[in-house]
Design a protein around this ligand. Structure first.
Ligand code: NAD
Length: 434
């Protein structure tokens, strides 16, 4: 099928590349000329494992194109995806300005019957607003159908997730359009769930809110475990064995970040308020996560008293491993707090340093070698459990420090392993090793 994708971010680009790989004729459109320029030269503007190779293959096969031109990008498209950002507005709601602009752009440039598919995460009812905007701006006598098709990929494994997703949700009020979308996805062989538009929109927010709740829940259990002398890793394993609970998303640490959970939980609170419902539970989830980001900082303050003049290495700056995305990363909160206390901050990340420089406060010193970060530091913090960070930090801290002290925000090591080293080790939800 002839498919166009508006927005070449983590979702739009991965979707476009994967759809071209299963044989569709895909054009990816973005208003950012720098991104399109890079893409035209076969370079991905984002770090996502396996993406660039797959892009190169499909560009060569002549079924993957990039453009900034709406007329070029939308002409003849049978299916147009909206995959632009829906960032958090000041009041906590989802900012729909990019989505609505995309809707206008589509309406002004399509020239045949089209299905408009919303992949961006949007508040419940937004597809109806999109429909209204499109119908107001249509230039040609064409029929347009609307489908809500929320995205569940995870950054860091987005390509893998697109090919091996657990379900594809297709929300539509038109059976023919839903069937066409099912046919488009057929080569992925992923179960398709057909729902109403409103349910599809709600599924996305409910899924993210539930996952965020699981994380905040285990983090609260971790905080209590520390006080009562239990070990959160043993507790998580013990409860995760119960099929009703499941063992995923029970990793205690310094909280969730990224481009989705923080903004989507806030947006759902806002959506609830607008429906006169007070979502107490989700408000607590958000609050717990905010304070969880400071847990390592609190532990370091308790241990050292003042952090002024201390050099602290932050290992892993991205919000999670295998991505260069810095949105809502714990490194932002921690570097601000540490610099405020007159500590020196040395930042290291295997991939995200260039993006980190754009968002971390001035004053952070960067190094592109984990060895240098640990060597220069008085105190080491693990913020992101990159494979390299796990493999090297314990050994390097012992090697370079006379009295090694490690604060691990991702519980990268078992206490048994740590006890083999001569190190003071503080983690989350477990007793300290001294
Ligand atoms: P992103 O910020 O990485 O990319 C958005 C892209 O849209 C940018 O390249 C921007 O230049 C482009 N854009 C904005 N307005 C445009 C317009 N009018 N025409 C063409 N291009 C335009 O965003 P993302 O992380 O890919 O997220 C996109 C949507 O998908 C959001 O609603 C997000 O909540 C949702 N989502 C994201 C993820 C994720 O892991 N990132 C997962 C599931 C769902």
């Amino acid at each position: 099928m002839k498919v166009s994708i508006i927005g070449t971010g983590y979702v739009g680009l991965v979707t476009g590349v994967c759809l071209s790989d299963i044989g569709h004729d895909v054009t990816c459109l973005d208003i950012n000329p720098n991104k399109i320029n890079l893409l035209k030269h076969g370079k991905s503007p984002i770090y996502e494992p396996g993406l660039e190779e797959l892009m190169a293959y499909n560009i060569k096969k002549n079924r993957l194109n990039f453009t900034t031109s709406h007329s070029e990008g939308l002409r003849d498209a049978e299916v147009v995806y909206i995959a632009v950002g829906t960032p958090q507005a000041e009041d906590g709601s989802a900012d729909l300005s990019y989505v609505m602009q995309a809707a206008k752009d589509i309406a002004c440039h399509i020239s045949r019957d089209t299905i408009i598919v919303t992949k961006s995460t949007v508040p419940i009812g937004t597809n109806y607003k999109i429909k209204q905007v499109v119908l107001e701006h249509l230039q040609e006598d064409v029929t347009v159908d609307f489908v809500s098709n929320p995205e569940f990929l995870r950054e860091g494994s987005a390509v893998e997730d697109t090919f091996n997703g657990e379900r594809i949700v297709i929300g539509s009020e038109n059976e023919e359009a839903a069937d066409k979308m099912e046919a488009l996805y057929e080569p992925f062989r992923i179960p398709v769930l057909k729902t109403s538009i409103l349910s599809a929109e709600m599924i996305k927010y409910a899924a993210n809110a539930f996952l965020a709740t699981k994380i905040s829940f285990i983090n609260e259990i971790a905080n209590i475990a520390e006080k009562v002398g239990a070990d959160v890793e043993e507790v998580a394993y013990g409860i995760g064995k119960d099929g009703r609970i499941g063992d995923k998303f029970l990793q205690a640490g310094i909280g969730y970040g990224g481009s989705c959970f923080p903004k989507d939980t806030h947006a759902l609170v806002k959506i609830s308020e607008e429906s006169n419902h007070d979502f107490h539970l989700l408000k607590s989830v958000i609050k717990i996560n905010e304070s969880q980001k400071s847990v390592l900082y609190q532990k370091a303050k308790k241990r050292f008293g003042s952090l002024a003049g201390k050099r602290v290495a932050l290992l892993g700056l991205a919000f999670k491993p295998e991505t260069d995305d810095m949105r809502e990363a714990a490194s932002i909160t921690l570097s601000e707090k540490l610099l405020n206390d007159q500590a020196e901050v040395i930042g290291y990340d295997p991939i995200a340093i260039e993006n980190a420089k754009k968002v971390l406060p001035e004053g952070v010193i960067y190094t592109d070698k984990i060895e240098d970060a640990v060597k220069q530091a008085d105190i080491v913090f693990i913020l992101t459990d990159w494979k390299e960070v796990i493999e090297k930090t314990l050994v390097l801290t012992c090697l370079f420090h006379e009295q090694p002290v490690l604060f691990d925000g991702r519980n990268c090591y078992s206490l048994e392993e740590v006890q083999k080293f001569n190190i003071e080790y503080h983690s989350v939800g477990r007793e300290a090793v001294r």
